[in-house]
Design a protein around this ligand. Structure first.
Ligand code: SF4
Length: 279
């Protein structure tokens, strides 16, 4: 059994919180550049220019990419031959979030759902654990903004609704969301599992690299079809019209009950801040 000191987990999470909030990942930048080149409307091109100026300034100045520094969402694969020494893994991750949001001067957005009193350190983080073979811990961090999360939905379709039902639900949702999730967006879709698991699939789907190819040719075709349909809606960057409402569509699936077709759509804004580390 391999041991990892809790301090190493805390420091890794702290660094990810700070860096992810200042540096837009390269795959997102590349995708924004490609999309910008395909826009002809002056308003859409201007939005892309401002997005680029914003991420370049954030990198140079150390200021956050957005005033909404997000809830800390972490997807953690824990090897079954690794042990964290000195602190429970969940506590260590929360301590890393606490320190990262404090030292990075990042806005703390976690609050009580009724009183709205802020927890003041952006914890508790939203953490999804998976047990995997091996002696490593793989931690993926997202700073998930409220604007795009608010536009996300989960529903239980009937099996008979199938792909046409899924497609209609996603298109109606993106149309209804309009400019609210700060487009151009990334659409994470979870299909299958249960009512609670489909959104986890959707969240995991969002962490794939933009522009990659789904290894399942059936899902790859669905992703491409939906992306083209979404971009025909004409919402455009920040809702000002254009051919880029979304940068990418990512689908993850799991087997489900014979009577069910769970569907979750997790919308991510263009400020897709994420990082990962393997310890
Ligand atoms: S949706 Fe994204 S870009 Fe818009 S305010 Fe929230 S975090 Fe910032």
């Amino acid at each position: 059994m391999r041991s990892i000191p809790a301090d190493a987990v805390i420091k890794a999470v702290e660094d990810m919180c700070i860096h992810a909030n200042r540096y837009l990942p390269q795959d997102v930048r590349d995708c924004l550049e490609r999309s910008s080149a395909s826009e002809t409307s002056p308003a859409a091109r201007e939005v892309f220019r401002q997005i680029r100026e914003n991420y370049e300034l954030a990198e140079k100045s150390g200021l956050p990419l957005c005033q909404d520094c997000g809830l800390a969402v972490l997807l953690v694969d824990v090897g079954d031959d690794v042990h964290v020494e000195g602190m429970n893994l969940r506590e260590a991750i929360n301590e890393g979030v606490r320190r990262g949001y404090d030292k990075g001067l990042l806005r703390k957005s976690a609050c009580d759902p009724f009183t709205r009193v802020n927890t003041k350190d952006n914890t508790p983080a939203i953490i999804h654990f998976d047990m995997v073979p091996g002696d490593k811990i793989h931690i993926r961090f997202m700073a998930k903004g409220g604007g795009s999360e608010n536009m996300s939905r989960v529903t239980m379709l009937t099996p008979a609704q199938g792909w046409p039902g899924i497609r209609n639900f996603v298109l109606n949702l993106v149309a209804e969301a309009g400019p609210n999730p700060c487009p151009p967006t990334i659409i994470g879709i979870g299909i299958g599992g249960t009512f609670d698991y489909a959104p986890v699939l959707a969240k995991k789907a969002l962490l794939r690299k933009l522009g990659d190819v789904n290894p399942d040719p059936r899902l790859d075709a669905m992703e491409k079809e939906l992306l083209a349909d979404i971009n025909r809606l004409g919402i455009g960057p920040m809702g000002l019209g254009g051919v880029t409402t979304s940068l990418d569509v990512k689908i993850a699936v799991a087997p489900c009950h014979i009577a069910s077709l769970p569907l979750a759509v997790n919308i991510q804004c263009h400020s897709a801040r994420h990082e990962e580390v393997i310890l």
